[in-house]
Design a protein around this ligand. Structure first.
Ligand code: GTQ
Length: 353
């Protein structure tokens, strides 16, 4: 305990703070504990969006504004601890994007990197640098920094996907640039599957070499492949903290698909209950299959298919699967690891941090 400071001294200090305030200076000793906390003190909170609750509101946007007028018709998922910031975590953005049959979300490019996770409906495509990919439920699609991208819906149903971007991170660095496309839809310059064939088939073009931080040219990770891999992996030994968990990679480098966002997929067998775990990368989870519960700190979040929930930095996570469950997740882990900030802790059953 620090000794009580007499009121006379405190008054003298307040006067002094007023004096230095005029020079845009402020005393460190009043804020040091908050600036250099013993452990993370996230402003964001655990939160769950139940798709069944919000779906009709997403569809309503389809009646109020066109994709063309909106440019991107998206409902931003704002963390309750950071309302007004368009942030789902301190560094990341999430939104539910809707595209109606026949619509185009026009081509543009920006320094922010984006990932998509297809949730609802069929028949849409995303084009990335001249190649289209059909969006199927569960597909994980990326549009790396400064790549041209547009979205379209050639089918008969509304299509909804989750957007994950590093918008708050780019804002923090003041590094945001963007450019509209000349045409609404990009010309198709490569057949569908070209990038996958060249860069995602256990080989790369003979003279192709990438820096460790470069994004992958493979811009779709089809759920059919991911799911079947998980099912095979799930015949082996399980990790008590993660279930069967894989990270998506740039196959040419082994690093994350894009430098600013890591993406993960995990299968939890029916009845599985994970041991508590925590890490410093606040993470956005999406339930692709199954249902279960996430104990995030002391909050119990019950999730089903297409529900989205957020785990803040250094909160303990325990997962329980009702049925066999597949969870997708993304975070800024690659950034934290590159700069030496990342920490994780595997706890035992009795250690509720
Ligand atoms: O699809 O390009 O949710 O530029 C936010 C900004 C989606 C996109 C978002 C974007 C996009």
């Amino acid at each position: 305990m620090k000794a009580e400071v007499p009121e006379m001294v405190r008054a003298e200090r307040r006067q002094y703070y007023d004096q230095i305030n005029r020079f845009s200076m402020t005393p460190l000793w009043e804020v040091l504990g908050r600036l250099v906390p013993r452990q993370p003190t996230p402003a964001i909170t655990p939160v769950l969006w139940k798709y069944a609750d919000v779906r009709e509101h997403v569809m309503q946007a389809g009646r109020l504004i066109s994709a063309e007028e909106a440019e991107r018709r998206v409902l931003i998922l704002e963390n309750p601890g950071l309302r007004g910031n368009s942030s789902v975590t301190q560094t990341l953005y999430a939104g539910l994007q809707l595209i109606m049959p026949g619509e185009v979300a026009p081509a543009h490019r920006h320094t922010q990197s984006a990932l998509r996770l297809v949730l609802d409906g069929e028949g849409a495509y995303t084009a990335v640098d001249g190649e289209r990919t059909t969006m199927r439920r569960g597909d994980f699609i990326i549009t790396p920094a400064w790549t041209w991208h547009d979205h379209g819906n050639l089918g008969q149903e509304p299509v909804v996907w989750l957007d994950g971007l590093d918008i708050p991170l780019a804002r923090f660095f003041d590094t945001g640039f963007a450019e509209p496309g000349v045409a609404h839809s990009q010309g198709v310059t490569r057949p569908e599957g070209d990038a996958m064939a060249r860069y995602g088939s256990n080989m790369v073009p003979v003279d192709f070499h990438q820096q460790a931080s470069a994004p992958t040219k493979v811009f779709v990770y089809p759920f059919a492949q991911t799911r079947s891999a998980l099912k095979t992996i799930a015949l082996g030994d399980i990790d008590a903290h993660h279930g069967y968990k894989q990270r998506f990679v740039n196959p040419a480098t082994g690093a994350s698909p894009m430098p600013t966002m890591g993406a993960f997929i995990q299968l939890l067998p029916a009845g599985f209950e994970s041991l508590p775990y925590r890490s410093t990368d606040a993470t956005v989870y999406v339930c692709l299959e199954g249902e279960g519960e996430a104990l995030v700190g002391d909050q119990l979040l019950k999730f089903q298919e297409n529900d989205v929930f957020v785990l803040p930095s250094w909160y303990t996570l325990q997962l329980r699967a009702g049925r066999e469950t597949i969870l997708f997740s993304y975070s800024d882990r690659p950034v934290q690891q590159a700069i030496g900030f990342w920490r994780e802790e595997r706890l035992q059953a009795h250690q509720q941090a």
